[in-house]
Design a protein around this ligand. Structure first.
Ligand code: ZN
Ligand code: ZN
Length: 339
């Protein structure tokens, strides 16, 4: 089969490799689409560790072409989306229902070969059925939606709440939409890029702030009559934006540290956290239930994934897609490889 094989940082080659052999408890998928996500880019440039040679790719959809021994409830020809987070199903965290925190897990395309390839084998528990209403290309964004829904299970947007979403990338836009679905009376979408703010409106933002790097905290304070919002979802992952989030939330409010990027924050506003009596909420990865809920919301038309994909490329152009993400991460929202 054809696959994109990473031999060293930035040394990505399209090669002919053996088709994976399905084992007991697994299914073999004919991969149809795989998105390039930030984690892939981190592995590609060598910032995130992997063993070489490695086939990357994990936010994928495909069709089942072979079923391993002992697999029930799935059949050949079914359309599916992959949950790329591997978990052991046996540890304290898995038993507790928090498979996203499994400490014996891993990720497809990093610890295991992934799906920038024609075929991939995955455990049967890793696939979720993809209804006809969701295309293979759009379905790759269910992965991001699942992480967003996991986060929304960690705190409550209550009907009538004022919510700010800092960062309007793929996850930020989905947070904007989900906050509206949960009954927020007003969602403020925050980004420097005007085109992302236009998309934020499309995803349900009532107000936007921060265009061109303008003072988003000041604008949020104006919009909320000087009080601040009830909930801020930080979806950028930088120290500055987390600090701003803690400034624009009202006393007694919730700040969700959803974005990943900064390993630590210099000058963490500890006093502000005490003084405003803030709840700071972390969220990591997703669980199977988050896929099931996300699939239903999209199949029902409550969430439209289509505007998230800004570019579709063939497997041969994967390297170009990676380089675009490295050199100009703000240019494309989401690049999907059609395989
Ligand atoms: Zn990813
Ligand atoms: Zn586990």
């Amino acid at each position: 089969m054809r696959a994109a094989v990473l031999h060293a940082p930035r040394d990505l080659r399209i090669e002919e490799v053996p088709k994976p052999q399905v084992r007991a408890g697994e299914v073999l998928l004919r991969v149809r689409a795989t998105a390039i996500c930030g984690t892939d880019v981190g592995i590609y440039i060598g910032k995130e560790k992997t063993n070489y040679p490695r086939i990357q790719g994990h936010e994928s959809t495909g069709e089942i072409v072979e079923i391993g021994e002992g697999v029930r409830d799935l059949s050949v020809g079914e359309r599916v989306v992959i949950n790329p987070a591997v978990f052991c199903r046996d540890c304290f965290f898995c038993h507790y229902g928090t498979t996203n925190l499994c400490n014996q897990g891993g990720l497809f395309g990093r610890e295991f070969d992934g799906s920038f390839a024609e075929y991939v084998r995955v455990p049967a528990y890793s696939v979720h059925k993809l209804p006809e209403e969701i295309s293979f290309i759009d379905g790759t964004s269910l992965n991001v939606l699942a992480t967003v829904l996991r986060a929304h299970d960690r705190f409550a947007v209550k009907p009538g709440d004022l919510v700010a979403v800092v960062g309007q990338g793929v996850a930020g836009l989905l947070h904007t939409r989900v906050a509206k679905l949960r009954g927020a009376s007003k969602v403020i979408g925050i980004s420097r890029s005007q085109w992302k703010l236009d998309l934020a409106r499309q995803f349900g933002a009532d107000e936007v702030a921060g265009a061109g790097g303008s003072d988003a905290v000041k604008q949020v304070m104006e919009i909320t009559g000087g009080r601040g919002v009830d909930v801020v979802i930080e979806s950028v992952g930088k120290g500055d934006t987390l600090r701003e989030s803690m400034e624009m939330v009202r006393p007694g409010g919730v700040v969700v540290a959803f974005g990943v990027g900064a390993k630590s924050i210099p000058d963490f506003p500890h006093y502000l956290m005490y003084y405003k009596e803030l709840d700071l909420v972390g969220s990591r990865g997703m669980r199977p239930v988050d896929y099931e809920n996300g699939i239903r919301l999209c199949a029902n038309g409550q969430i439209d994934l289509k505007p998230l994909v800004t570019e579709v490329l063939p497997l041969e152009k994967l390297k170009d897609g990676m380089e675009t993400m490295v050199s100009n991460p703000g240019k494309a929202l989401r690049i999907v490889i059609n395989i």
